[in-house]
Design a protein around this ligand. Sequence first.
Ligand code: FDA
Length: 304
Amino acid sequence: MLSALSKGFFLYLSKNKMLNRAAKKWGLKLGASQVVAGNSIEMMVGKVRELNERGLLCTLDHLGEFVNSKEEAESATAAAIQTLEAIAKEGLNSHLSVKMTQLGVDIDREFCVQNMRRILETARKYGNFVRIDMEDYSHYKVTLEILQHLRESYPNVGTVIQAYLRCAEEDMRQLQGVPLRLVKGAYKESPKVAFQSKKEIDENFIKLIKLHLLSGSYTAVATHDHQIIAQVISFVEEQSISRNQFEFQMLYGFRTEMQQNLANEGYKMRIYVPYGNDWFAYYMRRLAERPQNVSFALKGLLLK
Ligand code: FDA
């Protein structure tokens, strides 16, 4: 039974190069279309417009990670720029999210920074904001260094801090004033660097959210966890923190009713909208996070 498969197994699949390559040719399969907003710009525009009309903000991710050549990284950069142009041309209310491995950090760090500069120049031209997603721990330090470097020239860039990392609090303190997305963390990390129990991760998550909010910095709370969301809502009310200083974020296709309710209650609610052909690793991580998500895959198989 698929649902009995472990987190480790799906994370292992997510990194399998052969499957990732093959999946690019399959189209959206295995139920992935429920959590990926299509594989073309046209489909993505339709989905984002629909979300915007319902009062939901977006951040777009043109899917892709762990590229092997400069050509692939250049084409990912071009796709990111094209996404920013589509957002402006179509009048969509959306930011952009990118990954450093997608832009070639494993091939050549300076080349990746140059790609990021091109993306940020385009974002600046259109008055938009770009978030660097945080990947596995082996890319953590380099991502923070690149972020700090880019922040010297571009105030329109931010990143993500993962609450499962033991160093998260210390690193977040160095990032005061930087707009951060705070998450629990999606990768399998060693106990040396990351908390392993839900209790420890949740406690650190809520602690980081409160600290970042109290520092006056803009905070994106990215979670589907209703208990964390309820705690954040009581905290901001208690501390009279303005609704303009934070937003909630959820992934496309997850807890859609709660997304809509929060937006209707007047909270800023941003949906992370992935699109494109390179959906396999993203989808496997979602299956790893929550065994119940496997029902998407089962439905996908049945609907074939
Ligand atoms: P978690 O999975 O811990 O669930 C807590 C509880 O919430 C569950 O026990 C259940 O009760 C309820 N729940 C959760 N999902 C539900 C559902 N679909 N339906 C019903 N109930 C549900 N990670 C990373 O490492 N780097 C990154 O850059 C990002 N970026 C990112 C952006 C956005 C917008 C989001 C929402 C998440 C990320 N993540 C991420 C992923 C993040 O680190 C984390 O792995 C997932 O969000 C899962 O953790 P949650 O906090 O959502 O709740």
